[in-house]
Design a protein around this ligand. Structure first.
Ligand code: 3EB
Length: 351
């Protein structure tokens, strides 16, 4: 892989014709059933774990992924990914997949593992996902999403998140995955139900980035668990006519330490700062303002009581027009109250 420094991106000053992106992401109030009628819909992500608003017919479609997360302040919103070309989909050995020629999305849903089984469940889920992306010739992972119940249950090394990290790490290493090729990711706790893991993979390699003011997660010290978390802080992928930046779950961590325990407002300020520094680091000379206009965010909130404050601060930081969903979720470190992930789009000409 070429060194990251060799990429030059410049945003055209004149308005270029709108590129046809291989992948376009939105939040929508349209029903999953309606969306999935289109062969240009790659995936629909539900925040609706009791399926109450749907008749259920979409659940068998491999393009439907229920995150198990619960929305705050909004109802019946889902995330939809559109492809510029018709997609094909199927199920291989319990792995649901959908592809459009340049990208492959794979997902698994595993009955809520017991704490004792969390390590092996995570290992097996990742092994299955990694084998399907290899067999289907989309070997490069761009982004991973991990949602599991009761993520902070268990003391010390027995915490479910730490066990999850061990299984994931072992699956990656067995597949000869290099630390520096770990994808952008998030890992959050939902309020119960199956563990859901999905990966976005591609035929061409992306570029992974670290945050200059954070220790790489895969180098976290031993006190954070027997196996460090396997993820990059952000991943840049060139699609046709644009590039996407996938921002990993970002929280109030500087170096490797959590800051401002018990103070959600200060934690959020550090999170904003981390996202800004990360984007500046990736963007180098380009306009951050322009990049921020394309942001799409998920805000994970541990305590519902913090929603109003967090929403006010997020809207002040990114503008009230920024596409955002707020969800109830446990952050993987007990002392963290809030985490943000998302993506943004760089329209570009490569020089
Ligand atoms: C952190 O920065 C917060 O284990 O996949 C963020 C993103 C976090 C991804 C993961 C965990 C993960 O360490 C937690």
């Amino acid at each position: 892989m070429p060194p990251v420094k060799s990429i030059k991106i410049s945003i055209p000053t004149k308005t270029a014709p709108a590129p046809v992106a291989a992948l376009r992401c939105e939040y929508t109030a349209d029903s999953a059933e309606q969306l999935l009628m289109s062969e240009y819909v790659l995936a629909v992500f539900g925040f609706d774990r009791d399926y109450s608003s749907n008749d259920g017919s979409h659940l068998i479609d491999p393009r439907y992924i229920e995150t198990g997360l619960t929305l705050i302040g909004q109802e019946h919103l889902r995330e939809v990914w559109y492809s510029s070309t018709p997609v094909s989909s199927g199920i291989d050995a319990d792995v649901r997949w959908v592809s459009n020629g340049c990208l492959l999305l794979v997902s698994v849903t595993v009955n809520d593992p017991t704490s004792e089984n969390m390590h092996i469940a995570s290992y097996q889920a990742y092994k299955r996902l990694l084998s399907v992306i290899a067999e289907r010739d989309y070997p490069y992972i761009i982004r991973a999403w991990n949602y599991l119940a009761d993520i902070n249950d268990g003391e010390g090394d027995s915490e479910r998140y730490k066990r999850f990290c061990s299984g994931r790490y072992e699956a990656f290493i067995e597949c000869n995955h290099d630390l520096h090729q770990f994808p952008a990711a998030c890992a959050l706790g939902h309020q119960g139900g199956p563990m859901v893991i999905y990966l976005l993979a591609s035929t061409e390699p992306p570029f992974h980035f670290e945050n200059p003011q954070q220790v790489s997660a895969y180098h976290y010290p031993r006190e954070y668990g027997p196996r460090a978390p396997s993820f990059a802080r952000a991943t840049l992928k060139f699609w046709h006519g644009c590039a996407h930046v996938y921002i990993s779950g970002t929280a109030s961590i500087v170096g490797y330490q959590s800051l401002h325990q018990g103070d959600v407002a200060q934690q959020l300020e550090v999170t904003f700062d981390n996202i800004e520094r990360l984007l500046i680091h990736i963007q180098a000379s380009n306009s951050l303002t322009q990049l921020l206009q394309t942001l799409m965010l998920k805000v994970y909130i541990r305590n519902l009581d913090d929603y109003d404050l967090i929403k006010t601060m997020v809207e002040r930081q990114y503008g009230s027009n920024t596409r955002t969903v707020y969800v109830e979720a446990d952050i993987c470190r007990q002392e963290l109250e809030v985490e943000i992930d998302g993506m943004c789009v760089i329209p570009m000409v490569v020089t």
